[in-house]
Write a protein that binds this ligand. Structure first.
Ligand code: GDP
Ligand code: MG
Length: 325
């Protein structure tokens, strides 16, 4: 068993996979001692982070995310890139069936020495997703992965959290299903850097082309997030491995354009500031709700507010005043 922060730090920097995996386990742990250790490790690794292409991929279950990442990741690994895949699946626990399903869909990538796949348990809170995934991403960068792919199911709130920590956010769609059916909210399209219609193969090609035109029209009606980039709509077949290289080309174009005009640097800076605000909000909330006096008084006050014998305002004021002492 490793003990010191330095041993973890050295192991991660050397690209040692078991140590990388153990570091991520510490990040995910709910034990305060593990969290403290993880914080120290991440702090030491921070100077070695930031050097990867950070990609977010979202789409409803069945859109083909895992299949896509298998093709895309394998292509990149063959090109000599080192690819880390972090998959957030809100519907699964560590032993859950869908992760096993995903694993089998990333069979080739899972055994590639240039790839590292890690299912990320979302463990309830959105704060959990954001914090753990961001720190895991940083640790993977320190371990030398130059492409980090974060997969998230596009049905909850986690996709906007993921969009706020990546350089390029890709929304995977399938043709022949309405927006409602795909469960994709307008907000997700607003943060997309590209929309990709997957499963453009067999007798589905025409429908995919039609969907492409529809999404192009839909995107024209949205406010672009950047004045330097208009999100394109592309088609691909993750299964037949077609159109995948074009997507990588698009990601590189985006990177080049935004780097040249300085937007990539400012995007990362804004994300770091947002992240700090998030941690402060999260920390304050945690500090409040774990305060013994709050824990003592909150249940009774809830009952009183429900019964109408105490007003919500005075209950909140009282609880907050407990922290001032
Ligand atoms: N025809 C076709 N089927 C695909 C394609 N990509 C994925 N699929 C199939 O769609 C199903 C769901 O894929 P999966 O990658 O698990 O989707 P996820 O839930 O978004 O991760 C599987 O049966 C895949 O084989 C594709 O490009 N073409
Ligand atoms: Mg999947």
């Amino acid at each position: 068993m490793l003990k010191t922060v330095q041993e973890y730090v050295d192991g991660v920097l050397a690209g040692n996979r078991p140590i990388l995996a153990r570091t991520i386990t510490l990040i995910e742990s709910a034990l305060p001692a593990h969290q403290k250790l993880a914080r120290d490790i991440v702090a030491h690794l921070l100077p070695h982070t930031g050097n990867s292409v950070r990609l977010g991929i979202t789409g409803v279950p069945g859109a083909g995310k895992s299949t896509y990442i298998e093709s895309f990741g394998t292509m990149l690994a063959e090109m000599g890139h080192r690819v880390a895949v972090l998959a957030i699946d809100p519907s699964s626990s560590r032993s859950g069936g869908s992760i096993l399903g995903d694993k089998t869909r990333m069979e080739k990538l899972a055994v590639n020495s240039n790839a590292f796949i890690r299912p990320s348990p979302s463990s309830g809170t959105l704060g959990g997703v954001g914090r753990k995934t961001r720190e895991t991403m940083l640790v993977c960068e320190a371990a030398g992965y130059d492409v980090v792919v974060i997969e998230t199911v596009g049905v909850g709130q986690s996709e906007t959290t993921v969009a706020s920590m990546v350089d390029f956010f890709l929304v995977l769609m399938i043709a022949g299903a309405g927006d409602e059916l795909q469960g994709i909210k307008k907000g997700v399209l607003e943060v997309a850097d590209a929309i990709v219609i997957n499963k453009a193969d067999g007798d589905n090609i025409n429908r995919a082309e039609l969907a492409k035109k529809e999404y192009q029209t839909a995107l024209h009606m949205l406010m672009p997030t950047s004045s330097n980039w208009s999100p394109p709509v592309l088609t691909c077949s993750a299964l037949e491995n077609s159109g995948i290289d074009k997507i990588w080309q698009t990601i590189n174009e985006h990177r080049q354009k935004l780097t040249d005009c300085g937007e990539m640097a400012s995007k990362r800076k804004d994300q770091a500031l947002d992240w700090m605000s998030f941690l402060l909000d999260d920390g304050l909330r945690n500090w409040f709700y774990t305060n013994p006096k709050v824990v003592e008084h909150l249940p009774q006050l809830k009952i009183e507010v429900e019964a109408g014998s105490t007003s919500p305002t005075s209950a909140a004021d009282f609880l907050l005043s407990l922290l001032k002492e």
